[in-house]
Design a protein. Sequence first.
Lengths: 216, 216
Amino acid sequence: MTLAYDLEDPRRSQRAAGLTEVMDRLGSRFSFTRDEEIYGQGDGAEHLYRLASGVVRTARVAVDGRRQVGDFYYPGDFFGLEVGPDHQFSAEALTACDVQVIRRSSVRAFGGDIELDRAILEATRRELQRAQDHMLLLGRRTAREKVAAFLINLAKATDRGVELPMGRQDMADYLGLTIETVSRMLTQLQDEAIVEFPTVRRFQVKRPEALAALAA
Amino acid sequence: MTLAYDLEDPRRSQRAAGLTEVMDRLGSRFSFTRDEEIYGQGDGAEHLYRLASGVVRTARVAVDGRRQVGDFYYPGDFFGLEVGPDHQFSAEALTACDVQVIRRSSVRAFGGDIELDRAILEATRRELQRAQDHMLLLGRRTAREKVAAFLINLAKATDRGVELPMGRQDMADYLGLTIETVSRMLTQLQDEAIVEFPTVRRFQVKRPEALAALAA
DNA sequence: CGGTTAATTGAACGCATTCAACACGAGTGG
DNA sequence: CCACTCGTGTTGAATGCGTTCAATTAACCG
């Protein structure tokens, strides 16, 4: 089930060492099952989360049902540090997850520690960076480019097969497309021998240059 | 020229009092003329900026020329605090501007001051919030809704006429649309008596409920 | 005034969506 | 083991929204 996501992936590690340590010492660990909600849109943002294993997605739904996936998180990533006091996004477990949780006030109380604040700032910055990249993706790219960019990100630095922890609907809501369009683009890329999908949840990049050229 | 933007607008003030004070004390003030670049995409992100007067936009251009406007900044706003070391966006003066500038290292050296780090964190959080709102706008809204949301934001808490400091191209690149589409939506909204444009750079909301309903 | 840039309007096109049908896989029970 | 169902993904055809290309008008500035 969580084949590829049991262990921390060093290439995504956020090396906010101080913060990680304190969380391990003062926080508690929770497990979530597939599709379980970790926190909800509008909940008080009192905690800070670090993903130990599994995959998490954050999402936001409008009253009319339109849904925007904020981002996907992998082991080592921090999440839940959006601007308070309430969460703008909800967080749900895409796969079974282990999450290290700590109250923000605990972090604060523990130190007023400069290193900690700095680590949180660093994580927030990274979050901002992601959001800004995502803005560019959503605003100024074609469906084909969006899908290509998405696949490249997942396959980053891997030439082996990559597992897709999310379904087509999540991909669509992340890219600002419909599932049909996502599906069409995937088969298109496959027809052009740029990627290959042995199963619906697993793919391999066959022509990285071609894919990269699309993601531009 | 800078009619409405000479003075700090208290409703946008970010009340990071400590940071503002230190910037006034340790930073220097620079003036920029219309269309002048404050910093460029790829420049080292060594400074922190606070806008004293005028309007600033941040933008990002891809190699193929496609352009995404990140955000517009008004007096009192901090900007340039994207994730380092290099700027992902450039910043340009939309109108004549006065900007308070400080080296990040000065901020750091001055204190290691907890209050300062916290203020920067707070500003970064606000930036993240904006980016996340922008994501939703770009990903899941029609042209009509995008334009409506944009106008509402500008007119926020004002029932008097509002000046548009940016041109149609900037609006388009902010909303992920073409200038033609922006123009069409504006005239459409005007035809429906929801807003009124006495001149091309000034508008007034006539039916706030109708506009708000669109922005959803 | 002309000259220049920005904004609007029109018409045709195309990309992504919508609506609908079909395929596939996993799980369940006869 | 096969039939059935349900959820998820793919494929097809038609529509429509936003773009593109082109022409016109409006605003700005000497």
